[in-house]
Design a protein around this ligand. Structure first.
Ligand code: SF4
Length: 426
């Protein structure tokens, strides 16, 4: 039996959970970003039985069961194994870090159904044990395009479907400090193999190396060494601000519903009720996404509206206009020993105040300067220090605060912070 690690800084897995303030975090990587609804019910029960009942939707489209004790780990592994969600080793699960377009195989506007590519890559990663020496956070993205592209999701190696006139191909790229360097245009059937070749070439250049740590010369050398099929211009993926929650029409009278979890957190009981509703509507599986939102394909518009009403009643985020979409809050007190501040409660309060004030900007509530919940800049950043928050405007937790206020005053200070750019309380 593998033993859990309490080493921080690792990407947690199921085989190698991470110790947190509320116990072990067990991260589950669904294959191809898809989970049968029946498995969802089992996971909801397992979270309550073996953990503290809290589940996270992560920004790499995974699930985390929180608050697991070491004694409960083995029975939880058994439950995961019964669902086909347990890798043979911590190393095998770590390298299977593959995010897939959430609507693949559902969306008629996607360029390529990437499910076979995702399966091929997972098989190649499992079969090539040498790749397990790659760093724990080494990541792949496979994006077939369509309604919900993954252009914003960072990855060491990207496979993106492209259409140029009548030609359809997969652009294969690596992350660099200057954006994505596109190395090849490949047939869909070859793309997974090329991704593995690139990962191995990166590994050969210095052990535990991430792609963005390579020099541009090293990237060029990899391209030449692998004799990649065709050089592409450095075309950046399109940025997007598309609807992601609520009822999404796919055309041909096909609909999918996006339902989010505020701050990525959902209670096991809520998830169980949600799974029941999905089953009642004949939904067979859900797709996970990096937006802390899951997607369910429904039979028709009426079923979609029923599911949205059920999601709303369960406290899920069913509308992109919900301020909680634009507020990130880390786990906070009770889940993390680095803070005494209830960041989720404060995030919810700020969401209510933002709705009242008509504030449409972004907010980051961080229990401490580490800033786990968000790396991008936000319009308003609150950084916990003891029982106070320091305030940063238009920046990140790394920027110089303009002032501070006692966290107990957040109810009264909140509106002022959201409506008055100059409001900082020293
Ligand atoms: S930002 Fe700080 S308080 Fe929040 S989860 Fe990370 S380490 Fe804990």
């Amino acid at each position: 039996m593998s033993t859990p690690s309490s080493v921080k800084g690792w990407c947690p897995g199921a085989r190698r959970p991470m110790q947190s303030g509320d116990g072990l975090i067990v991260r589950i990587r669904p294959y191809g970003g898809s989970l049968p609804v029946a498995s969802l019910s089992v996971l909801a029960g397992a979270a309550s039985r073996f953990g503290n009942g809290q589940i996270d939707l992560t920004r790499r489209a995974n699930l985390q069961i929180r608050g697991v004790t070491e004694l409960a780990l083995e029975p939880l592994w058994d439950a995961l194994a019964s669902l086909g969600l347990l890798d043979d080793s911590a190393e095998a699960e770590a390298i299977r870090n593959v995010a897939v377009n959430p609507l693949t195989g559902i969306d008629p506007t996607e360029i390529i159904d990437v499910r076979p590519m995702a399966q091929a890559l997972a098989s190649q990663l499992a079969a090539n044990a040498d790749l397990q020496a790659l760093p724990g956070k080494f990541a792949f993205v496979i994006d077939g395009g369509g309604l919900l592209p993954l252009a914003e999701l960072a990855a060491d190696v990207r496979l993106e479907a492209r259409r140029e006139g009548a030609d359809i191909f997969v652009a294969v790229g690596v992350a660099t400090t200057h954006g994505v360097a596109w190395l090849a245009a490949a047939a869909a059937s070859e793309a997974a193999e090329i991704a593995v070749q690139i990962a191995r070439a990166i590994l050969a250049r210095g052990g535990a190396t991430r792609a963005h740590a390579l020099s541009l010369q090293a990237v060029e050398a990899i391209k030449a060494e692998l004799g990649l099929p065709k050089i592409l211009p450095n075309v950046e993926s399109s940025d997007d601000a598309r609807p992601r929650r609520g009822l999404l029409a796919l055309g041909d009278k096909r609909y999918v519903v996006g339902l989010g979890a505020a701050f990525g957190r959902i209670e096991g009981g809520t998830l169980a009720s949600f799974a029941e509703e999905l089953a009642r509507l004949g939904v067979t599986d859900i797709r996970l996404s990096p937006w802390r939102t899951v997607y369910a394909k429904v039979g028709n518009r009426a079923d979609g509206e029923t599911l949205i009403a059920a999601g709303r009643a369960l406290g899920l985020v069913v509308d992109d206009a919900d301020p909680q979409v634009r507020i990130d809050a880390c786990s906070g007190a009770g889940c993390c020993n680095a803070t005494v501040l209830p960041t989720h409660d404060h995030g919810r309060l700020l969401a209510e105040l933002a709705a009242r004030a008509g504030f449409t900007g972004t907010v980051h509530v961080s229990g401490c300067p580490k800033g786990c919940a968000r790396s991008a800049a936000a319009d308003l950043v609150l950084i916990g220090t003891g029982d106070s928050y320091r305030v940063v405007r238009n920046g990140t937790v790394r920027d110089e605060p303009a002032g501070a206020f006692a966290a107990s005053e957040i109810g009264t200070k909140g509106i002022e912070l959201l409506t008055n750019q100059a409001a900082v309380h020293a």
